[in-house]
Ligand binder design. Sequence first.
Ligand SMILES: [Zn+2]
Length: 437
Amino acid sequence: MLRLRTLVPCLALPFSLGAQTSLSRAEQAVRAAVESRGDEQVAYLERLVNIPSGSLNVTGVREVGRVIGATLDSLGFASRWVDVPAGMKRAGHLVATHSGKAGVPRILLIGHLDTVFEGANQRWVRQDSIGKGAGSSDMKGGDVIILFALKALQATGALKDMNITIVMTGDEELPGEPLGEARAALVDAAKQSDIALAFEGGSRTTATIGRRSASSWVLKVTGRQGHSSGVFRGGYGAIYETARILDEFRRELAGEENLTFNPGTIAGGSDVTYDTLTLSGAVAGKTNIIAPITWVQGDLRAMDEAQILRAKTKMREIVGRNLAQTNAAIAFGEGYPPMAVTSGGERLLSYYSGVSNALGYGALTASDPARRGAGDLSFVAPYIDGIEGLGALGSGAHSPDESVNIPALTMQTQRAALMLQRLSREKAATFRRSRKI
Ligand SMILES: [Zn+2]
């Protein structure tokens, strides 16, 4: 027993606060502070939802950023607006920092200001415990979870020592291009942080610590044009070659866990115009002509860089086995990097689950990485560990019927506030990745 007692604190130290199964007095105060602002939080969310801010609505996105920035400034943050190049046709991003005590973990909180739908004619409508409107859950709901967690921490004095950077992007739902430039501010913030918490759609029982990459590819196939009677002897043409390639992609790669690749468009014939930016075009041909050209565009999703590399190598190899009198080339585009499951990510989940348990909301497990689409947290994954899904519970995301579960806002805000509080009592060094990227 004695031996165990001396061993346990050393071994368990990094997990001790996260796993603490009851709330300290200071934590109880934070829980109550969140609860007491429930109505104020819903009114704030209503205000944000009623500012239309589709990704291309530069004025609206900036206005949402201005409102949130002012609130953050009142909490002791220094907020600033980061512009993106005018040619990108996006609003830019809100960045805010709160400097606390040296040695306390630097935590990056990720939200976004834009919505998929414009929000015009989509003013906030409350129906009992449900609030409807563009961005109500994705993710103005997540943004108010961040804000009201911070308000509660400030009210109890817990915010003072915390080191927090908040990045709310203005184009999460339709990122500007090039992506590297559109996410430069987020990546910069990640490089100066130890861990990241992201506030996309939440759940009662799961959070996300692994997600797949998402990128695109374009396949161009050409063949010798000729009379259809000569097909097989005089060359197979672009369409047969395209069918071969896509079928071999499926037969040779479809079984691999967490790997998917989907041809989204195809255009082939003897007279083809195709625009790879808009993924649209026109085709014409004749049944008695061997088609000389085909375009295909698709996506590729994978769990880690090694899997992406393996898939690309295999796809290039398949593309290179041309049928007679045909040629094919595949080009892979940039995209969202993968967020592999790391021990640091698992540790963040254990903290979040511990906090939830202590609040009486039950434990959480990791969600299936293949189920969640790529998001802004993916861009910081190469630098720091993170956890996703701390946002609002709702339904109908990315549809005109989007809604938020209002009572669950309190649960998510309490979880977020206590997560920040427990993480901030640890030493920053314990969260830094030991391996170099
Ligand atoms: Zn979102």
